[in-house]
Structures are given as structure tokens and as C-alpha cells.
Design a protein around this ligand. Structure first.
Ligand SMILES: Cc1cc2nc3c(=O)[nH]c(=O)nc-3n(C[C@H](O)[C@H](O)[C@H](O)COP(=O)(O)OP(=O)(O)OC[C@H]3O[C@@H](n4cnc5c(N)ncnc54)[C@H](O)[C@@H]3O)c2cc1C
Length: 656
């Protein structure tokens, strides 16, 4: 009787495991249309069977709590005497569209392979790892051999080589790549797109607040006075004509079409004044705030790509351009399991989003300073490097489109993010922290620029000094957690039309005490009774002299060194004192391949390389440094450039 019961249980477990696997396979199905191999490849088993380790556990259900990307993950793991049998996430507030993939893939892999060395979801690595860490914690509580679970590596075996032929292939399905694919398709091209991430929701192009654009239906309804000329000449003055002027003008002229196309697909926009100082606001405003939630944007992209018959391959990384003499005639790519993919095409559009996720390229271009990715870090310079390997040259400007939300630190679990997300509020001192010093304890900038112009002049001053240190005293901390920046600065003479101040009006740092304590525990904040002691924690010897000089400016009400406005001058005199180590972070890199007004990559003789287009952050001739002081210009120029390149590539196919 007992034996029969045991056999029944075993059958039930086997049935459940196969159901989970089937379910996972269905949920992993790519949302957009999947391509069929030109030469039909036989289905292959890409994951090598491994021997399941014999590990004993104290049977039962255990709970662990681990911080993910945006929230705490509460995870319940159930063990039999010998196996992990179930993993349930009972609480989390991660990005739903991405966490759905994590939940569908990670627990199933752990259970199926009895392994903690599982694959993460590309584009949701932090959430995936948090889930693995929570299960690890539970396994430890159950007395399991965690080392053995980690050592049980799942070997991947590449599938048979795949080969395709198309008119246009887009590498990277973000802001610019999506528009390029759409425009090539509506001009009659057969289009394929490959994307490194696991799903559309990974793309930065879907997470943006909005683009800068001119003469759109949204602005026409407002009788806006903004013209292409006005924006263009401002951008030329600002950049000192260091960008490709013909291309920038063409992009601005195309911005109406790009936004109108998005509206036709289902995007809803509202013209909105941005929260910090910008040259274009009120009757000249050009920032288009996107009103659709992320889930709706994902659906819009899925529907459009399907209607356009764009074949999309996720988890597929572009590796190398295929050349025929000096012409680009396709791209070689690799799937996550190592399968080789060859795509022959009339032209390739590179749209891989720059190199904010490539530590080595960041170090090379910014001389060893620390710059973290504020958003997705799948952009590792692949597009730029592929183009250079194919004979393209780089344009001359390199910079960062910096985050306006505050500092980050690799030691922290809750670095600054968009304000709608959970984060450690002590990082707000990375944008309004009183006195900033560099690693030697010297003041290096007008800190007010970071408050009012955080993405342009503020960021530019900080790039070469990251990590930078914010020094505040207890009086300032108390004011920020009770009054907030707005009221505190108002009392010091801030004007009524203080743009960023009005944004911070309701944003009082009520959790600051706990957040500072968290920073101290994690090693990126230090608290001391004297300034001397404060600096020593981060190896800064002569902080006292800098603070004394700064306090003198505050006392005089005049910043003789950098001209910071009097309303931002607050003495640092009431201990305890705090030092916050901020590492600079960016949404994207600026700088890449030199392109002409059709987004064609140029070689060292300034001749276009036939069949090669480079758009968005990969294109080096669109952006200047500092980043334009026009909010939305990054996403705006990305979609404009994608729109132009898509049409150009389709036209090239027709004449070929
Ligand atoms: C969270 C966030 C919010 C932002 N909000 C704004 C905003 O409101 N306004 C604004 O102007 N700018 C904003 N930006 C700046 C932003 O970088 C650009 O607006 C825009 O996304 C850049 O477009 P892109 O096409 O160059 O790159 P992305 O949109 O980043 O797309 C690049 C894509 O290429 C993929 N990829 C990388 N390497 C490969 C490879 N080898 N093979 C295949 N695929 C690859 C990546 O996974 C990614 O999906 C934001 C950035 C982030 C991260």
C-alpha cells in the first residue's frame, strides 16, 4: 500500500515537471513572428543532460528575501529529502513584463537540473540572480550542499547552423532599430531583426519618457511656435557645429514623421515642460511625454512588427559583418546556446545602442573613471566594433548622456533610478548635495549646475571626476528629510519659477535616516564627527581646507571660485557630517561611427560603405558633448535616424 502511494507520488512529480517544461516552452515563444531557417535545420537538443547531483535536504518549505532590481523578492522554496521540488515567488514589484520571463524560466531550470548554475534572462540579469540567490539562501536553511548545486553546470550544445536571406537586417531592436525595421518594411523590404535581449520589454526604447520633436500633430494642436530652424540653430550653437549639421537638420525635419508613425501605431503623447532648465518650453516646448504604460508599448511593438512581417530573433547577438569586397552583404550572429546564424542581406542597419555596458570601452574612452549604466547594459559597443572591423571610422566626439536622478554605486543595492522606482534617497545628494569634491578632496565644479542642468553641463563637469563625493552636515540632512529641497532653498531666495525646484516640491526625503544607515552598512556612505575623520574613510587627506574655503564662500554669499548661486550655498558646520561616494551613471554613451546624412557608415576616405547603415547611439555624428540641453533629444534623434535609415536601406535594395 505504502509502495503504491510512493509510486503514485513519483508519477505525479514527473508529470508536474514535464508540465512545467511544456509551459515554459510555450511562454518562451517569441512574441513577434519567428523566422524559418532557409535550409530547414533539424530540431536539436541544445541543453546537454547532466547528472543530477545527489544532495540531501531537511525536507520542508523555506523562505528567503533578497533585493532584486526594483524591489524585495520574497521566495518560498520547497525541498524533499533529496530535491528542490518547488519555487514560488510570493512577493515582488519588479518590471512585470520582464519578471514574467524570469519567473517562467529560472525556477523551471533550477528544478529540472537541480542546479543553481542556471542561465539568467538576458536583459533581466539582476532579477534573475536575485531569484537564484533567494533559492540558494533557502537551500542553505534546508542544510543542502550549495557548493554542489552551484557546481552542477548545465552544458549547452549549439544547434545546427542556421542561414537566412533577406533584404534588410536590423541588428538591435531598441528605439532606433524598431523604427528602422518598420520603415524598411513599409517601403517594401523583407526585414529581419536580431535582438540580444530575451524579449522586446528589455529595450531601452520602450522605457523612455519621450522624444523631442517638431511640428507634430501634438504641437500643432497647441499652436506651438517651435520650428525646425529654431531647434536646428540652437543645436548648432550649442554643439559649435561639431556634429553632422546636414544629418541633424534632416533628423529634425523627420521628427514629425517619426512621431506621427508612433501615433498611428497607438502611442499617445502629451507636450509637457520638462522638469529642469531647457531652452524649449511653454509656447516653444517640444518634449513629447509618452502616456502609454510599458505593457501597452510592448503590445504596440509586437503588433506592428507582426503586421510589417518583420522576422524577429531574440537572444541573438550580432557578431560580425559579412563582406563582399568593400560591400556589406549580411551579418553573422550567435544565439544564446551558441548556434551560429548567418543572415545574407542587401544591407545591415546597426542599432545596438552604443557602449554604456562595456567597462573596457568606457575605461578607454573616459580614462579610467567609473561610469555605470543607468538603464540596460546590453549595449556593449558591438555595433560600433563591427562597423570599424568592416572599415568604418569613428567620429570625433565621445561623451555620456548622464542620469538626472542621482548617484549610483556598485556597492549599493538601491542606486538612483527614475523617480517612480524604489531607490536609496541618499543618492539624491549626487544631484543636490551641497559641496562636491574629487578623490583628492578638491572642489571641482559649480554644484548648482547638477541641480538645474543635470544631463548637460552638470554631467559634463562630473564625468572626469567620478567617483565624486558629496559632503553634507546634519542640518542639511534634517532639512532634506523634513522640508525637502524646494522649501529649504525657497527660504534662501529661490525664485518662484525655479523649474527643478517645483518638481522637487513634494519630494521630501522622509526615509533619509534609514537610507543613510543602509549606505553606511554597504560602504558608500560614511558618517563622522569631524571633517578630517570623514575624508579619511575614502582616503581623502585634506578635506578640512576645502570645507573651510567653501564655508567662507557660504558666509560671504559669493562663490568666487565657480559662481554658484547664493541660494545653493549652505555652510557645512553642524556635525555629525556625511560623505556620500557617488559613481556617475549614464543612460547611453555618445560617440560612435561617422555617418553621412543618410546614416551610411563612412570609411577613412569619407566614402559611404555600401550596404552599411548605423543609427541611434551607435552613430557618432548626431550628438555632441555636453549632451544637448534639450530633453528627449536622445530618443528623438534615435527614432529619427532609424526612420531615415530604414527608408534609405529599402531604397538601396530596390536599385541593387
Ligand atoms: C531607462 C532609459 C530611459 C531613457 N529615457 C529617455 C527619454 O525619455 N528621452 C530620451 O531622449 N532618451 C532617453 N534615454 C536614452 C536612450 O538611450 C535613447 O533614447 C534610446 O533608447 C537610444 O536608442 P538606441 O536605438 O540607440 O539604443 P537602445 O534603445 O538601447 O537599443 C539598442 C538595442 O540593441 C540591442 N543590442 C545590443 N547589442 C546587440 C547585438 N550585438 N546584437 C543584437 N542586439 C544588440 C540591445 O539589447 C538593445 O535592445 C533613456 C535610456 C534609458 C536606459
Amino acid at each position: 500500500m505504502k509502495k503504491r502511494k510512493l509510486f503514485g507520488c513519483l508519477l505525479l512529480i514527473i508529470a508536474m515537471i514535464s508540465m512545467i517544461s511544456m509551459l515554459t516552452a510555450c511562454e518562451n515563444a517569441e512574441p513577434a513572428q519567428s523566422p524559418k531557417p532557409a535550409e530547414s535545420a533539424k530540431p536539436t537538443e541544445n541543453v546537454q543532460q547532466t547528472e543530477v547531483p545527489k544532495i540531501s535536504f531537511k525536507a520542508g518549505t523555506y523562505t528567503a528575501n533578497v533585493y532584486g532590481y526594483l524591489s524585495n523578492l520574497n521566495v518560498e522554496t520547497t525541498f524533499s529529502d533529496t530535491e528542490i521540488t518547488s519555487i514560488k515567488v510570493t512577493e515582488q514589484k519588479e518590471t512585470p513584463e520582464l519578471f514574467a520571463l524570469v519567473e517562467a524560466q529560472v525556477p523551471a531550470q533550477i528544478i529540472e537540473n537541480q542546479s543553481l548554475a542556471v542561465d539568467t534572462v538576458t536583459g533581466a540579469t539582476i532579477s534573475s540572480m536575485a531569484l537564484v540567490n533567494a533559492v540558494t539562501d533557502c537551500a542553505e536553511q534546508a542544510g543542502g550542499d550549495v557548493k554542489a548545486l552551484r557546481a552542477n553546470k548545465i552544458e549547452k550544445k549549439p544547434g545546427a547552423d542556421e542561414e537566412y536571406t533577406t533584404d534588410v537586417v536590423v541588428v538591435g531592436l531598441g528605439a532606433s532599430g524598431y523604427m528602422a525595421a518598420h520603415n524598411a518594411a513599409i517601403e517594401g523590404s523583407k526585414v529581419m531583426a536580431i535582438e540580444k535581449g530575451a524579449a522586446l520589454a528589455v529595450s531601452n526604447g520602450l522605457k523612455v519618457s519621450g522624444p523631442f520633436a517638431i511640428d507634430t500633430p501634438v504641437l500643432q494642436e497647441k499652436n506651438s511656435k517651435l520650428t525646425v530652424d529654431k531647434a536646428f540653430y540652437h543645436m548648432m550653437d550649442y554643439s559649435h557645429w561639431s556634429v553632422n549639421a546636414t544629418l541633424v537638420r534632416r533628423c529634425l525635419e523627420t521628427s514629425k514623421l517619426a512621431v506621427t508613425q508612433l501615433m498611428d501605431m497607438g502611442y499617445q503623447f502629451k507636450e509637457a515642460d520638462f522638469r529642469f532648465e531647457t531652452p524649449f518650453k511653454g509656447e516653444y516646448g517640444g518634449f513629447h511625454l509618452i502616456l502609454n504604460p510599458l505593457s501597452e508599448r510592448v503590445s504596440i511593438w509586437e503588433k506592428t512588427l507582426k503586421e510589417d512581417n518583420v522576422d524577429v530573433m531574440f537572444n541573438t547577438t550580432g557578431k560580425k559583418l559579412i563582406m563582399d569586397g568593400d560591400k556589406v552583404v549580411g551579418v553573422e550572429a550567435q544565439k544564446k546556446d551558441g548556434t551560429k546564424v548567418t543572415i545574407h542581406a542587401d544591407s545591415v542597419i546597426l542599432a545596438t545602442g552604443g557602449f554604456i555596458g562595456n567597462k573596457q570601452m568606457i575605461a578607454e574612452n573616459f580614462s579610467g573613471v567609473t561610469i555605470n549604466a543607468a538603464g540596460g547594459s546590453l549595449s556593449t559597443g558591438d555595433g560600433i566594433n563591427m562597423a570599424v572591423e568592416a572599415g568604418a571610422v569613428l567620429d570625433k566626439t565621445f561623451g555620456i548622456c548622464g542620469s538626472e536622478y542621482g548617484g549610483t554605486n556598485t556597492k549599493a543595492t538601491r542606486s538612483a533610478k527614475q523617480d517612480k522606482y524604489d531607490q536609496n534617497t541618499a543618492f539624491k545628494f549626487g544631484v543636490y548635495g551641497g559641496l562636491y569634491v574629487d578623490a583628492q578632496g578638491s572642489r571641482f565644479m559649480n554644484e548648482g549646475l547638477m541641480v538645474d542642468y543635470p544631463m548637460s553641463f552638470g554631467s559634463e563637469s562630473i564625468i572626469r571626476n567620478s567617483p565624486y563625493y558629496a559632503i553634507v552636515d546634519q542640518t542639511y540632512v534634517d532639512a532634506m528629510k523634513t522640508q525637502g529641497l524646494y522649501l529649504y532653498t525657497k527660504e534662501k531666495g529661490a525664485p518662484d519659477n525655479w523649474t527643478i525646484g517645483n518638481y522637487y516640491k513634494e519630494k521630501i526625503l522622509t526615509n533619509l535616516d534609514a537610507d543613510l544607515e543602509e549606505g553606511i552598512a554597504q560602504g558608500w556612505v560614511y558618517k563622522a564627527d569631524t571633517i578630517q575623520e570623514l575624508g579619511k574613510f575614502f582616503g581623502i587627506e585634506d578635506l578640512q581646507a576645502t570645507v573651510d574655503a567653501y564655508n567662507k564662500c557660504c558666509e560671504d554669499g559669493v562663490d568666487a571660485q565657480f559662481g554658484k548661486e547664493a541660494m545653493y550655498l549652505s555652510e557645512i558646520k553642524d556635525g555629525p557630517f556625511y560623505i556620500v561616494q557617488n559613481q556617475f551613471s549614464g543612460w547611453s554613451t555618445i560617440g560612435g561611427v561617422r555617418v553621412d546624412e543618410s546614416l551610411r557608415a563612412l570609411n577613412d576616405g569619407n566614402k559611404a560603405i555600401p550596404g552599411l547603415y548605423v543609427v541611434g547611439s551607435d552613430a557618432g555624428s548626431l550628438f555632441c558633448t555636453p549632451y544637448y540641453d534639450i530633453p528627449g533629444s536622445f530618443y528623438g534623434l534615435a527614432i529619427d535616424s532609424g526612420t531615415i535609415a530604414g527608408k534609405e536601406a529599402a531604397a538601396y535594395s530596390k536599385i541593387k
